[in-house]
Design a protein around this ligand. Structure first.
Ligand code: UDP
Length: 244
């Protein structure tokens, strides 16, 4: 974790205490301007629980420069600890901000993850919506984590921003394992965001997001995710009963 940023510690993760705009302008912009690489984790209760239970994942997340508070549960936990966070900084919104930024500054992005079909579709959407973004490269997300040809392809692409959508825990483990190899780039685990950009998955309407109920919307749309909600419930109970 970088030292100069204000953070709130929740379940052993240091969540950055900033706004969505502040994160782009004060934190990511200097990295992009100076070509300094960094590793961003989109933190939510599931990630905190996984890090608590899985040593390899804990190590990977621990190597991040910034953990952003995505997920209503993190904000509730911070409030409960009387160290409220300024606002939710959702991974998907940061990805959109970064695409806008790359479009404005004619920077390059690499898209790693999702199925071949979804990845292709998402990149086509990016080309349509952000005509000045340079596509440094793309690859689907179903490969072995130690496949060096992919690492080398990403490194050689010289991408300014690398979006990694390999799901939890693969995306953070992949970034942490290979981070030393890269000379530059913002590396960010973006989960299902490539699917959303491709138009395969719909994000919750604003109304649900504003009420902090995006998780409920997702659950209703994808009921097979109910096990994840149990993890979120366990996270909340641990926070309330101080068993983190
Ligand atoms: N994914 C991938 N490789 C994998 C597992 C998942 O590329 O080995 C992709 C998946 O296709 C989706 C994204 O990662 O685009 C997020 O997947 P999921 O929603 O299962 O992840 P989570 O919500 O657990 O982060």
């Amino acid at each position: 974790m970088n030292e100069h940023v204000d953070t709130v510690r929740i379940m052993n993760l240091d969540f950055i205490n900033t706004t969505q705009n502040g994160f782009l302008e004060d934190v990511l912009d200097p990295h992009l301007q100076h070509g300094r690489k960094c590793f961003v984790v989109t933190g939510n209760p599931e990630i905190a629980m996984r890090a608590r239970e899985d040593k390899e994942y804990r190590k990977a997340v621990g190597a991040a420069n910034y953990v952003i508070p995505d997920g209503a549960g993190i904000l509730i936990a911070a409030k409960y600890k009387k160290q409220p966070l300024k606002e939710r900084v959702a991974g998907y919104d940061v990805m959109r901000d970064l695409l806008d930024y790359a479009n404005e500054h004619r920077m390059s992005c690499y898209f790693l993850g999702a199925t071949e079909e979804v990845n292709k579709k998402a990149v086509a959407e990016v080309e349509r919506q952000y005509p000045h973004v340079k596509i440094a490269g793309r690859h689907h997300g179903f490969f072995a984590l130690d496949d060096h040809s992919i690492v080398e392809e990403v490194r050689a692409s010289g991408a300014d921003i690398v979006f990694v959508a390999l799901g939890l825990p693969r995306q953070e483990i992949w970034i942490a394992q290979h981070f030393d190899v890269f000379d530059k780039g913002i590396f960010m685990g973006v989960g299902g965001s490539i699917d959303v950009i491709a138009g395969e998955v719909k994000r919750a309407p604003d109304f649900w997001i504003k009420l902090n109920l995006e998780w409920l919307y997702r659950l209703l749309k994808q009921p097979f995710r109910f096990k994840r909600i149990l993890k979120v419930a366990e996270f909340m109970l641990r926070i309330f009963f101080k068993k983190s």
